[in-house]
Design a protein around this ligand. Structure first.
Ligand code: PMP
Length: 315
């Protein structure tokens, strides 16, 4: 992993090599963290951060769900990103990882006596799923946890053991990524991405209340489709629907808009010659609109992009 030289740690931007925690810290032992993943696109010498304020709000809501008692204003949060872009002077796309955690050395998985703070590191990242074509997905034998057991709407570190197990199984079995079913056998999301399918001429996604994260990229996709007059229906999606859908799209900050070529070995979409990939029309539309947003050629560009010049020069 290519971590950039400066991170935000202990209340200031400092060399990443100095950002160290104790092996006995509560957050390391129990995954008592919550985090965000935010993409910065390098264009014309600056970093264009996508939907920073929406990520900030979701992180603050995660802190509330986890009862961490942490808060920071949006202005202060944004200023940290500006300083990180200034100091790191990135020349590629980047991924920001802000997270709330406790450095306190406490043996018990209890919140008493823990203080939570913010840290942010930055990595150089192009695309998360580095595949030229479509993805080969597997329906995992691991189920997605339900919100009655662990919070599905907070990106809480410990919850990602579930994603870890599902991707480990998928990759060991020769697939690229896992789809997870909930306790009732409905497909709810992938390990780090939400799900959109084209099925019988309608676009479907699992309901908001399903055991999935409320993805900011999915919200973006819904708005893009609305612009074209295409409604998204929020319904239960079972395994047979997945196999027989015309298009499967995974949405996420890291995944952006990735399409599936097959699920459990069943080819998705129209019959393709052996070895070729089928990027369906919905995925293409979403990717084109997303690129227009980042290129500042979309009506939403202004409200969705926060731009800082790499190295701190004026934009
Ligand atoms: N589901 C999970 C479990 C995730 O970790 C992510 C990545 N944050 C997503 C969905 C997609 O969310 P977003 O579009 O906000 O990145």
């Amino acid at each position: 992993m290519n971590t950039l030289p400066f991170s935000y740690f202990n209340g200031r931007v400092a060399p990443s090599v100095e950002a160290k925690v104790s092996i006995a810290s509560n957050s390391l032992q129990y995954g008592t963290t919550c985090f965000a993943g935010i993409k910065g696109h390098f264009r014309d010498g600056s970093i264009r951060i996508f939907r920073l304020e929406d990520h900030y709000h979701r992180l603050m809501n995660a802190s509330k769900i986890m009862d961490m008692g942490f808060s920071i204003s949006y202005e202060e949060f944004k200023a940290i990103f500006e300083e990180l872009v200034n100091k790191n002077n990135p020349q590629t796309d980047v991924y920001f990882r802000p997270f709330l955690f406790s450095q306190d050395e406490k043996l018990a998985p209890k919140p008493q006596g823990l203080t939570f703070e913010l840290a942010v590191y930055v990595v150089a990242m192009d695309s998360y799923f580095s595949k030229p074509g479509g993805m080969r997905l597997m329906v995992s034998s691991w189920r997605k946890f339900c919100d009655a057991a662990l919070p599905t709407k907070a990106k809480a570190g410990g919850c990602y053991v579930n994603s870890f197990l599902a991707t480990a199984e998928a990759m060991r079995s020769g697939y690229d990524e896992a789809l997870l079913m909930d306790q009732h056998g409905y497909i709810v999301e992938a390990s780090v991405a939400n799900l959109l399918i084209s099925y019988r001429n309608r676009i479907l996604s699992p309901e908001i209340g399903a055991a999935q994260l409320e993805g900011i990229t999915m919200r973006t996709a819904i708005e893009f489709l609305k612009e074209e007059g295409i409604p998204v229906y929020f319904e239960k999606i079972d395994r047979s629907m997945i196999y027989t859908s015309d298009e499967i799209i995974l949405t996420g900050t890291a995944a952006q808009f990735a399409y599936a070529d097959s699920v459990d070995g069943r080819k998705i979409g129209r019959q393709q010659p052996e070895g070729s990939f089928f990027q369906g029309p919905i995925c293409k539309l979403l990717r084109d609109k997303f690129h227009a947003v980042i290129a500042k050629q979309h009506p939403k560009s202004e409200s969705w992009i926060t731009e800082f010049c790499s190295g701190g020069k004026k934009i």
